[in-house]
Ligand binder design. Sequence first.
Ligand code: AMP
Length: 507
Amino acid sequence: MTTAAHADIEEILAALADDRDREALVHHDRRLTGGELADTVHRLAHTLDGRVRPSTVVALLAGNTPEAMAARYAVNLLGAGITQPHEGLSVEAQARIVDDVEAALVLVDAPHAAPAAEILDRAAPVDALGLGATDHWPDVLAESADAPAEPISGRARPGDIEQVRHTGGTTGHPKGITYTFAHHLRTAEVREHLSGFGTDGAGARLLVATPIAHAGGAIADRTLGGGGIVVLQDGFEPGTFLDALGRERITHTFLLPPLLYRLLDHPALERTDLSALRSVVYGGAPANPRRIAEAVDRIGPVLSQFYGQTEAGGISALTPEEHGKPELLETVGRPIPSTEIAIVGDDGARVGPGERGELWVRTGTEMDGYWKQPELTAETIVDGWVRTGDVAWQDDAGYLHLVDRVKDMVVVVGGHVYTSELEDVLMDHPGVRQAAVFGAPDTDGAEVVHAAVVPADPAPTGAELGDLVADRAGAMYVPREISFVQRLPLTGIGKTDKKRLRAELTG
Ligand code: AMP
């Protein structure tokens, strides 16, 4: 019998099976129909039944492959949770994640067999199966070929773990963020308020080049459930991405801002057919108003911004229409209807209108807690409010302005330098394509500001940029050092990797 806890996954599978012959999932030169994908999921679930028990966690060492999508659904149907570490993390970090969740089973897709073998060498002993032929583990997909394709009834109860997600890891060791199946249902309710964001069902052709373990996966689920097609790419490469946009007549996509800038800076953008494109949602990291205005100009009035957090869920959004007003590009939009916000000062009290403070939010879609870290959970979720760790202020019209991550702010002699504010000043120079700002200790131990910029042609000089900053933000904001780099390192999900940048430039 269907219970509410996994109704969403069963709905996706029913939508796939209902229209069996429609194309559903594209990966390289493979094109799977809805029926093929639904059958694979059910066969896999029947085969894993008994080996995967409700409320355990299965680690998925896999990329953006059809096998990984099928494994997520099959494991969740059996009432177990998934953790899919970002491939961009080191093998040690991924092994720690496998150990940390006490994985009941590890599933490995064929392209990840080599790194997975190294990860499992370092992790505590654990059963593993291949999602396809590998040299190391039995192929559970081959085994499942003879299993029945009849729908399996879901086993999840609302309190069972659905997913443990590890944050981007831009700073520090990644934390496990736990979602239960009950969370999944709450998210489905909130989505009612978000029509138009991400996908709009049948006819949608979604391109996913960011990890399915992050926002890309949830958007892919909605597209498949709504009768659309998902085109999966292994990772983001601007040329391949643009090629797919035109060839697959992509209607929807999701990108982090640094990836959007790479598209804008790619020569093939001008000759790409974007006529099918209806929605480009960006978010996950600060976006620069000048570059977003450029994107609207060159890609069309299809951009919308989403601000959210793995811990908190969806917070605010800026619609395509609002992208027509340049001053609104300085903001992250207005809170979505289901989200309540408070801006809180150091003393724990709400600040006055227009003042800066830490953003606290009540979303209804917050995490169920950090994996095995109750103290950290209690520090982060206070009386139902999630402390976002973002510094923000709200203007008279209700638009939210994000200033920085509390942890990224650089404490310099005389005050604070907000890194994303300084990045925006630098990127306002037409000779700067991208900028990243971080703090690093000086020889005497004090923190000083460093900037890395990706120059355009002609490139500005460091002195020119220093003058611009002094003029616009004051002498305190002028970076001690400005490095000119070819490109900024990115994390597995596509955020600027400031930790790596700091190590590369100051280590
Ligand atoms: P994650 O949990 O990895 O998705 O990261 C969430 C954090 O990314 C937020 O707390 C913000 O600091 C940042 N972020 C997400 N979306 C936006 C956005 N639209 N603009 C600026 N920063 C964002």
